[in-house]
Unconditional design. Structure first.
Length: 523
């Protein structure tokens, strides 16, 4: 089925991904291309509309990002946001004034015209004298502003500081907003975007999870032919959803590999394995490599060294296991859209990524090709996909768990004894948080075993034992986080149970640091 598409050209705004997500929330497919994408590529994508993102740049910067000017001749509706608006004014013959002062945050917008972009948005009382539709709070973040709109355009809204806060050229279907309709603080932002997508671009709400599943299954089936696919599963959402989707497409020709690296949570390996086996009848090879990992980690205290050791050893074990699979032609990975954009965006490859760089050696050695069925999806869409595939909530809504696992929560030395203590405490933290109904409001909750001992008294005896720190944070993306304000009673129960039930612990503390300046993990 033909799916209508909106293209977002990225000029470097912090909100670019948000624009694409907002479009997709309306069941219209959207992708992000770098601002300088060649016209051919844009044509091939066949968008029904183009949105120009904001940017930290000014159109007057020497290196201001400029798109191929022919996009204005494609006959496709274009919506410029913020820098995108200034760019349209600058390139199409208007005048952009250099900022004296930047305008950040809330502004009151007055819609002056019955533009089709504002259709169905009821006027707010009180109506202003000039017949404006009254104020709506919008989110601004701009330096320069439009002084004169280009020929063919007319101003359709103003704010106190921007006489032309929105403009349109209805004949050419060009629209521009000085504010950000994609952020939640902008009142009527959703309605404005919907008007652009549905009324102006004439898209249909055709992109649904069901259509995505069907298309992807067909694509994978065709791509794989009669070869085999290998997929590493970690227990996390991305790899599990990848495995289930590929399995739906090619059934038993998928083999999953689960590596127990010895620093997993209690029962993790078993839980994931049994869910995938029981619910989806998948072929899974479980490799217990815990001793290998723990041997390598012996006496290692430095967190970065721990990470390297675990990463390298994982590749080795995975390779050994994958080599045993005959006729394997593909490796399936749970790469998500934000990773894809980061590595292709005009800001250049980011230093923080990519997991498939790690498996590069494996791909070469085994002559495998990559399958990344989630590479067009955002994290929340992966969760919706998981639901649509019939996966249990327990897997889909799982807190993120770091690749180096409990090794970076066992501060300093990682030994089997210390891991056992940490695991038992960790089970209690999660158990109490789930019982209190807080699990889904929290980004991550876990126990950390500290490398200090403290004095306590149990019964008549003096103890000198370990300290457990409890960490629980709320966050949207893990980039920033706040400590979770868990009720005292819940913290009290966690502390009581850990001290009573976990031998070797006589003190529990709660971490009340936010990120930044602290990080979520302790190491
Ligand atoms: P920090 O501690 O940097 O963590 O605030 C942010 C998020 O990233 C996770 N994290 C990792 N994930 N390998 C991973 O796969 C790692 O080495 C790693 N270090 C941190 C952390 O759990 C949190 O969700």
């Amino acid at each position: 089925m033909q799916v209508d598409r909106i293209l977002v050209l990225d000029f470097g705004s912090q909100y670019t991904q948000l624009i694409a997500r907002r479009v997709r929330e309306n069941n219209v497919y959207s992708e992000i291309f770098p601002f300088n994408a060649p016209l051919e590529k844009i044509r091939d994508f066949n968008p029904k509309g183009i949105i120009l993102s904001g940017s930290p740049s000014s159109v007057y910067d020497k290196k201001a990002p400029i798109p191929d000017l022919k996009i204005f001749e494609l006959g496709i509706p274009i919506l410029g946001l913020c820098y995108g608006m200034q760019l349209m004014a600058h390139l199409l013959g208007g005048k952009v004034a250099k900022a004296q002062k930047r305008e950040y945050g809330r502004s009151e917008l007055f819609m002056d015209d019955d533009s089709d972009l504002f259709e169905g948005i009821p006027p707010h009382p009180p109506l202003t004298k000039g017949g404006s539709r009254g104020g709506a709070i919008v989110w601004m973040s701009h330096g320069d502003r439009i002084e004169k709109s280009p020929e063919g355009f007319k101003s359709i809204a103003h704010t106190e500081n921007s006489p032309i806060a929105a403009m349109s050229d209805k004949g050419r279907h060009f629209y521009a907003l000085q504010f950000h309709p994609e952020v939640v603080h902008t009142e009527k932002g959703k309605e404005i975007l919907r008007n652009f997508i549905f009324n102006i671009c004439r898209c249909g709400p055709t992109w649904t999870m069901e259509s995505f599943i069907e298309t992807e299954k067909e694509r994978i089936k065709e791509l794989v032919g009669n070869q085999r696919v290998v997929c590493g599963i970690s227990g996390g959402v991305d790899s599990s959803v990848t495995a289930v989707l590929v399995h739906e497409a090619i059934g038993d020709r998928l083999t999953c590999i689960f590596v127990d690296n010895g620093v997993l949570r209690e029962g993790e390996a078993k839980k994931v394995e049994s869910m995938l086996r029981k619910n989806f009848h998948m072929k899974i090879r479980c490799v217990d490599a815990s001793e290998r990992f723990l041997k390598k980690l012996k006496d290692v205290k430095d967190p970065e060294k721990k990470r390297k050791i675990i990463g390298n050893e994982f590749i080795r074990v995975f390779e050994e296991e994958a080599m045993k699979i005959k006729n394997a032609g593909f490796l399936a990975q749970g790469t998500l859209y934000p990773d894809v954009i980061e590595s292709t965006s005009f800001k250049g490859p980011s230093a923080t990524i990519k997991s498939h760089h790690n498996v590069g050696g494996l791909l070469k050695k085994m002559k495998l090709k990559l399958i990344e069925p989630l590479r067009e999806l955002f994290k929340d869409e992966v969760r919706v996909l998981g639901h649509a595939l019939g996966m249990p909530d327990e897997i889909i809504n799982r807190h993120p768990f770091p690749g180096p696992g409990l090794a970076i929560r066992c501060i300093s030395d990682v030994t089997k004894e210390r891991l056992d203590i940490l695991r038992k405490a960790d089970v209690i933290v999660l158990d109490e948080i789930k019982k209190a109904g807080l699990y889904n409001q929290i980004w991550q909750a876990f126990a950390v075993l500290l490398p200090v001992k403290s004095v306590g008294v149990m019964g008549d005896e003096r103890t000198y034992d370990n300290v457990i720190a409890v960490r629980a944070v709320t966050s949207v993306d893990g980039m920033t986080a706040d400590w979770a304000q868990i009720p005292y009673e819940v913290l009290g129960r966690i502390s009581n149970r850990i001290i009573n039930e976990v031998k070797g612990v006589n003190r529990v503390v709660y971490d009340i640091s936010s990120k930044p300046p602290s990080t979520i993990e302790w190491e």
